[in-house]
Design a protein around this ligand. Structure first.
Ligand code: ADP
Length: 707
């Protein structure tokens, strides 16, 4: 007794036979039901010229797979197989990638319309053939692949009752408008699945694989992967093995980089990533609904090299899901607008197929902000942007499942988030922007450790390198490590910390010793007085090659009153005050507090002006002046005198506080000078031995101003 073949692929088998025959190969007929009375079997015999030569079939695997997918989509519509051969149906067939348009055309032309058909495209269609068929295949690569081209030919084909079939990855944009308007059957090419691959292998090698093919890998297979693995001279089992290897090696599955848990330097973004990973794992396990995931579309911003791309890959790796990568530059490398659009579409298609997955769109600001564009550019970009938006919202989902973007986490990156078109950032699209700040000292230590690995500079404190690298990014750290490793290797010796320092500084001097002491003292002044007055919680304080920094979290509640704001100003002035009180006027530095609105003095002065003119704490009472009015008022010597008086008073107060707390400031600055870096714990350790001396009770309000 012969086993019955599932009816579903009978048409596919017939197509494979025809193609094998037409390719001139010595093909054997594909397995059929074996029942001569079966009406489908009769139809197949009719369709196929029926080469029964035995031996191995040898059409290319990609063509075979395309034939299977085309046959399946035709077979799915009742009566269409016959109608294409005998009647005049109007059909569109959407492929999931532009690359498939040509092979689909080839399959249809050779297999779908029967032996008596004369199949022509727009350019060569004429009405003087026996049984004309209009087959319009457009992949968007030619200038005339547009809705307004070819409608007249469609009209005459319809008039003759000829079958009219349009094939495109993006029918709306590429096929003649009238073809779509008269279309009776809108088909979509299905995705490869395990049975289609097994049948492809059978078509190419002559026998089907016995082993089952991993479904998850199958979802990542593209038709054009098949010829690499499925070849006539290979056993079916070997084909499967090769194919699995090829697919596994695709970048989407190769998580070469680090997992998220192994990374540092992402500040607050780290936790967002960790939460996302946890949610994705729950979703994958079926315990969480997609809608319940907090962020499924992120815009990750940050300077170049802060690890934005790496973050997306690390999320995918940690969640154990594929990563699909794309960038606007890549989309744009196509020659025509239509090429760009079909690339975008293909990437979203792939992502939808691989869900759950992470779709990375690098440098999304490449789309630009239309507000700042010339009209000519605007038109071009608007089309790209609209298409991207459509894809992102899932409207362009041709899978027919209607699930939109479900299962696809979009992570877009940008060095310039301000340049990203607001439409992309609206709710439902990239509705959450997270910023990766350049890493702080602690993070730089961890990033250096990550790139050095566990064995190089083992047990060496990397803080000096991190301090020298202040302001640098993860990408900088990686390249410094790489270069210092190369140098040590060239000189055939072990890597030492100095190698790293030398690379980081690359000829630049560290702070001269005397200046370093002044900088340490300056930062100690801010720290001790700021903590003492309750202005901030310290995070860390450091001295590095370009100066010093005290990282703080301002205590908002304590800095909202007039007294609180004055405390804040006092803290800002305590850096310079510490230099002056401890070392004397001659040793004061220009770098510490002066220079620009973001300097200590700049911020202190602005706060003092705000107290006078904006916040209602000044001589003018509860008035608030516009920017312009404030600027004019500041030309008034009396107003300037008010600001100066307040600053002077607070500077005196800073000096008094510094004098009263000189021991604490000295202890902090000594340790800072020595170590270069104190974290919160080290700060607390020093300060607990030196209780704050408030010198004079509370902030004093200057009564003279009320006079
Ligand atoms: P971006 O996309 O922000 O320009 P990338 O993600 O391309 O940056 O990072 C470039 C390289 O810098 C990464 O391959 C990685 O080696 C390194 N890098 C960046 N940030 C970090 C980090 N936080 N920890 C470790 N390496 C990092």
């Amino acid at each position: 007794m012969t086993a019955r073949i599932p009816r579903r692929d009978l048409l596919a088998r017939a197509y494979l036979d025809i193609l094998t025959d037409r390719e001139g190969a010595s093909g054997k007929a594909m397995l059929r039901s074996g029942d001569p009375d079966d009406p489908i079997e009769q139809l197949l015999t009719d369709l196929s010229p029926g080469a029964e030569a035995g031996g191995k079939a040898s059409i290319r695997a990609d063509l075979a797979a395309t034939a299977i997918l085309v046959a399946r989509s035709i077979e799915a519509v009742d009566g269409l197989t016959r109608d294409l051969r005998r009647g005049g149906p109007v059909v569109t067939l959407t492929t999931h990638a532009a690359e498939l348009v040509a092979p689909v055309k080839h399959v249809l032309k050779n297999c779908a319309f029967g032996n008596d058909a004369v199949v022509k495209d727009i350019g060569s269609f004429a009405d003087n053939y026996g049984r004309p068929v209009l087959l319009v295949a457009r992949d968007g690569t030619a200038a005339d692949h547009k809705p307004d081209r070819g409608n007249d030919v469609v009209g005459s084909a319809l008039h003759q009752g000829a079958p009219v079939v349009g094939v495109a990855a993006d029918p709306e944009r590429h096929l003649p408008r009238d073809l779509l308007r008269s279309c009776e059957h809108s088909l979509s090419l299905g995705q490869l699945d395990a049975t289609a691959i097994a049948l492809t292998i059978e078509a190419v090698t002559g026998s089907a694989p016995a082993a089952k093919i991993d479904e998850e890998l199958v979802r990542a297979a593209d038709v054009w992967d098949l010829p690499l693995a499925v070849r006539p001279d290979t056993t079916p089992e070997k084909c499967v093995e090769l194919l699995e290897k090829i697919i596994r090696n695709k970048t989407i599955f190769v998580h070469r980089g680090p997992a998220l848990e192994d990374l540092a330097g992402y500040g607050e973004v780290f936790q967002i990533g960790i939460n996302l990973v946890a949610d994705l794992k729950e979703y994958k396990a079926g315990r969480l609904k997609w809608e319940a995931i907090e962020n499924t579309a992120l815009l990750v911003a940050g300077l170049p090299g802060t690890g934005k791309t790496q973050l997306a890959a690390a999320v995918a790796k940690s969640a154990g899901i594929p990563l699909v990568s794309a960038s606007i530059a890549e989309f744009n490398s196509a020659q025509y607008l239509s090429g760009t659009l079909s690339r975008i579409k293909a990437v979203f298609e792939q992502a939808r197929r691989l869900k759950p997955c992470v779709l990375l769109i690098d440098e999304i600001d490449g789309v630009g902000d239309r507000a700042t564009m010339s009209d000519e550019h605007k038109l071009y970009w608007t089309q790209i942007l609209n298409f991207l938006l459509e894809q992102m919202s899932g409207v362009g989902d041709v899978s027919g499942v209607g699930e939109g973007r479900t299962g696809v986490v979009v992570i877009a990156t940008s060095n310039w988030p301000d340049r990203v078109d607001p439409a992309l950032r609206r709710a439902g699209r990239l509705d959450r922007t997270v910023v990766i700040e350049p890493p702080d000292t602690e993070s730089l230590v961890l990033i250096f450790r990550y790139h050095l690995g566990p064995d190089l500079l083992k047990d060496v404190d990397l803080t000096p390198a991190a301090l020298a690298a202040t302001g640098g990014t993860g990408a900088d750290a990686q390249s410094w490590v790489r270069r210092s490793k190369a140098r040590a290797r060239r000189e055939q010796r072990d890597l030492v910390l100095d190698d790293l320092l030398r690379q980081i500084r690359s000829g630049r001097e560290g702070l001269p010793e005397g200046l370093r002491r002044v900088v340490a003292l300056h930062e100690a002044g801010h720290l001790v007085i700021g903590v003492g007055l309750g202005v901030f919680e310290p995070r860390a304080v450091s001295v590095f090659d370009e100066g010093g920094a005290t990282r703080i979290d301002v205590i908002r509640a304590a800095t909202q009153t007039e007294g609180g704001i004055e405390n804040f100003i006092t803290m800002l002035l305590s850096g310079r005050a510490a230099e002056e009180v401890v070392l004397g006027k001659a040793e004061r530095t220009a770098g510490g507090g002066a220079g620009g609105p973001e300097s200590d003095f700049g911020r202190a002065t602005n706060a003092a002006i705000d107290l006078e003119l904006q916040l209602g704490f000044g001589a003018l009472g509860v008035a608030q002046f516009s920017q312009r009015a404030s600027e004019m008022l500041l030309h008034d010597p009396e107003m300037l005198a008010l600001v100066k008086r307040r600053i002077d008073r607070l500077y005196r107060r800073a000096c008094e506080l510094v004098s009263a707390n000189q021991a604490a400031i000295g202890a902090v600055s000594d340790r800072l000078d020595c170590a270069g870096y104190l974290d919160r714990k080290a700060i607390d350790d020093v300060l607990k031995d030196h209780p704050f001396d408030a010198a004079i009770p509370g902030p004093t309000i200057d009564k003279t101003k009320e006079a």
